[in-house]
Design a protein around this ligand. Structure first.
Ligand code: COA
Length: 153
């Protein structure tokens, strides 16, 4: 489908630059990107990234097309979402997807998120010639309850 036509790396140099960028994200704490690999063969299949911005966290993911439909994204997203929502100070885990991206919506539902709203003009989609298009927002929340709040430094 056209909306899944995400830009691809054109050569190894581009992939190395991306890997360096991921490493820098871990070092700075700005984001936590993981490689999604096959448990048995170790084959690299794609990436999943979590961004912690207390009190919320959001995620995004992409797999190589030949790995779709085998439960890999659902398994990876479920593990990361379960970890994120269990962290003290995180009360919302959220993500958005194109309203017609049924596979991505199913990944989010499988990870425990539910549909909240359609956000107008959320994403620029140059591949569709759209300056701004809508996204569906999904979230998993927990009650802040009586958890002690640590003020930011
Ligand atoms: C979205 C994406 C990560 C899904 O990965 P995947 O490994 O194929 O997903 P899974 O096999 O784990 O499937 C998870 C759920 O989606 C459902 N699903 C997968 N492909 C589907 C499709 N084409 N149509 C409908 N449902 C689909 C599965 O049945 C499963 O549902 P279940 O948990 O209720 O059984 C993958 O298609 C992809 O990388 N797409 C391009 C990038 C992208 O869209 N990223 C998300 C941006 S918001």
């Amino acid at each position: 489908m056209q909306f899944m036509n995400f830009p691809r790396h054109r050569d190894v140099a581009e992939s190395v630059t991306f890997a360096d960028f991921c490493e820098a994200c871990w070092r700075s704490g700005s984001a936590f990107p993981w490689a999604v690999t096959d448990r048995v063969t170790g084959q690299f299949m794609g990436a999943l990234e979590l961004r912690l911005k207390p009190p919320r966290a959001d995620l995004g993911y992409i797999l190589g097309e030949r790995f779709w439909g085998q439960g890999f994204a659902g398994e990876a997203a479920s593990a990361v979402v379960a970890w994120a929502i269990a962290q003290p100070g995180i009360f919302r885990v959220w993500a958005t997807c194109h309203p017609e991206n049924v596979a991505s919506a199913a990944v989010l539902r499988r990870a425990g998120l539910t549909y909240e709203a359609t956000l107008a003009n959320w994403d620029a989609r140059p591949q569709l010639g759209e300056a701004a298009g809508p996204n569906d927002c999904y979230a998993l929340t927990k009650s802040p309850g009586t958890e002690e709040i640590t003020p930011p430094p």
